[in-house]
Every structure is written in C-alpha cells, then in structure tokens.
Design a binder for this molecule. Structure first.
Ligand code: SF4
Length: 370
C-alpha cells in the first residue's frame, strides 16, 4: 500500500533547499496576499527573502490564529514514564551508551506523578518513554493509559513507533494522539544521528504517521528536531508530510511542534543554528500555510520567547515540565532527557497568559473523546 515514502522519494534535498533560497521578494509578496497558500508559498515564507516581512507575517498569523482558535491557549503537561532506551541518538541524554541510572515508573509512582499534575489543573497529558521493548513495550503503555484514563480527557504519547495493530490496541485503551517527530528528513544525516537500534530505520519512522492514520488515531503530531540539518528544508518536508496526511487521513487532526536542540548529557552542538527570529518566522509561516493546524510550544524555549509566541500563532503550551521519569514528585534528581529553558511554575504561566488577554484551556476545545 502506498505511503508517504513514495511521495517523499520524488524529492531531492539539495534541489528543495536551493528552491527555497531562490525565492524572491515578489514570491513572498504574492504569498502574503493570498487567501489560501500552497507549498511553494510556504517555501517563500520560510525563505531568507521573507525576513523583512516578519512583522507583517506575525500580524497575519496572529489574526488567523484568533479567527480559528479564539483567544485561547491549550495547556498540557509531559510525564516521563521511563528513561530506558535501546537506541543511540546523538542528541539525547537517554541514549543507550550514556551511563545514567535507568528508571521505569511503577503503577504507584505513575499515580503519584498524576496526582501532582491533576492538582495543578492539567487535563491533557503527554506520556513519554524511550524505546525499550522489554521494559516499556506496548503492554506497559497500555497499562499506563488504562491506569490514568479516567483522570484525563486527552492522553497523548511520544514513544517508540509501533505497528498499526499495536496503535489500534492503544486507541481502544483510551489513546487520543501520538507525537512522532522525524528528527530530520535528510536520510544521510538521519543515519549519522541514529547509528544503532530500531530508530535507525528511517523509512519505518517516516511511515509511522501512515500507520497511525490507518489505525484511526484522533490526532498526529509532526515535527523535526532543529539543529540536526537545515531548518528550512526540514520544515518544508514537515509541511509536505502534513499536506499528504491531511489529504490521505482526512478525519485525523494534526499538530506541529518546533523542538530546537537543547543541552543534555553527552551534548551535541547544533550543526545548523536556528535563531529566535528564524523560529518566529517558521511558526508564522506554518499558520499562514494552514489555519487549522495546532502549533505547540514546549518549555525548551525561553520565557521571553514563549511570552511572545503565545500571541502570534501557538495554540498549545506546556509548563513546569520535567523531562526525567518521576521528575515531579517521585525522583526529581534523576537525569533529564534535555534541559528545559522556561522553568516557571504552572501558576506563573497561567498568569502570564491571562495578562496577555488569553483564556487558558485545560480540556480540549473541540471535544472530549471518551
Ligand atoms: S531520542 Fe528517544 S529513542 Fe533516541 S535515545 Fe532519546 S529516548 Fe531513546
């Protein structure tokens, strides 16, 4: 059966990158005045030529976001269940060869972490694990979802890619959404950063959203890890992926995240720098490209950056995140996956949002799914 790989393989990385860099001022101006923008317009909006138009892009992005989502921001919290991992990823603190204490939460520990998050008001939770089939395989995730499903209206996972039937099983158990970032769409660079483990299979990861779409998942989150390769080309392929999925699995909703490489144990320096202005440009470009897609902003970004972006296009943010298993209450000292940047409390973030005239949404604005 056909998958995104068939379409993806018709594109060439270098040709794509040079076509982005060849966009002209006139291409940007035309993209800005359109009502509906295509992939070529998206290229123009992320090109260096669009930099002088950033303010205009930001205003349009803000207006479109308000039109579709109102003055709202969705809150969610990540909860790390395990740092066991069989993969080597050059940019991650949980990578197999990193000598860290490994920990997987028990049911009691999961419920303790959940109590903390519920007391803060969270109703959307993102469960995160490394990729270790023996300890955190499908059975473990299924058990965790069933254990907490009565307490959350939205359970999302960011775990190892699974087969279609495994996703079907988890959806039956109460799973709402899956985040699966390609990290980079550059095949050769991908190989360098994922030399060992199941994650080294580029196509299996690339086709994960197809398996999710076929399984009937409610929402899929896409993204690339910025810093591994050129952010413009990786963003173009993310947009291409999004359009393909929307057309193929039209009942499913989509979100985009914008992780930039952060310091972590055994740290990797970004190969390609993405500045704050680049990231604002990209977020606005995505909003201009797609009015409906959810745009998510994690605590990887700084206070100042997040304070600004919540008004320009972002629709959901996390707060007070811990990126280590048991990080909220059970084992705050365990090693984190990466350092977070915005360390403010949930209450401080809520106040910041209110000060900006935004309404904080804890439950999903569209519907609950149980
Ligand atoms: S990014 Fe994920 S798969 Fe890679 S080492 Fe970290 S936890 Fe494991």
């Amino acid at each position: 059966m056909s998958t995104f790989t068939t379409l993806f393989d018709t594109y060439n990385w270098d040709a794509t990158l040079s076509s982005i860099f060849n966009k002209t001022t006139s291409d940007v101006e035309q993209a800005l005045v359109k009502d509906k923008r295509n992939l070529e317009d998206f290229k123009a909006l992320i090109s260096p030529e669009a930099k002088p138009f950033l303010e205009q892009m930001a205003q349009k992005s803000k207006a479109l976001t308000k039109k579709r989502f109102g003055n709202t921001i969705q809150m969610y919290a990540p909860m790390y269940l395990s740092n066991e991992c069989q993969n080597i990823c050059t940019y991650c603190g949980f990578s197999l060869t990193n000598k860290i204490a490994r920990r997987t939460l028990t049911n009691t520990e999961i419920l303790k972490e959940v109590s903390f998050l519920k007391a803060k008001g969270y109703d959307h939770i993102l469960l995160v694990t490394g990729e270790a089939n023996q300890t955190v395989g499908v059975d473990y995730i299924k058990n965790a979802i069933q254990l907490i499903r009565s307490q959350f209206s939205n359970i999302t996972i960011e775990i190892q890619p699974l087969d279609q039937n495994e996703y079907e099983l988890l959806i039956e158990s109460g799973l709402y959404a899956v985040l699966v970032y390609q990290e980079t769409y550059h095949r050769e660079e991908y190989k360098k950063h994922h030399p060992k483990g199941k994650k080294s299979n580029f196509n299996y990861r690339l086709e994960t959203p197809d398996r999710l779409g076929k399984a009937g998942i409610h929402k899929i989150g896409l993204g690339a890890l910025f810093g591994l390769e050129d952010w413009r080309a990786d963003s173009f392929f993310t947009a291409l992926h999004l359009k393909y999925l929307q057309k193929t699995y039209w009942k499913t909703k989509y979100s985009i995240s914008f992780p930039r490489l952060r310091p972590h144990s055994g740290g990797l320096e970004p190969k390609v720098e993405m500045t704050d202005a680049d990231l604002v440009q990209l977020i606005c470009a995505f909003r201009l490209f797609d009015e409906d897609v959810e745009l998510s902003m994690s605590t990887r970004e700084s206070e100042v950056f997040r304070d600004n972006i919540v008004n320009l296009g972002a629709t959901s943010i996390s707060a007070e995140s811990k990126t280590n298993p048991g990080g909220y209450t059970v084992d705050p000292q365990s090693l984190e996956q990466f350092e977070i940047s915005d360390e403010r409390s949930t209450e401080e973030i809520v106040q910041m949002l209110k000060n900006q005239g935004l309404e904080v949404v804890w439950k999903d604005w569209d519907k609950t799914y149980f």
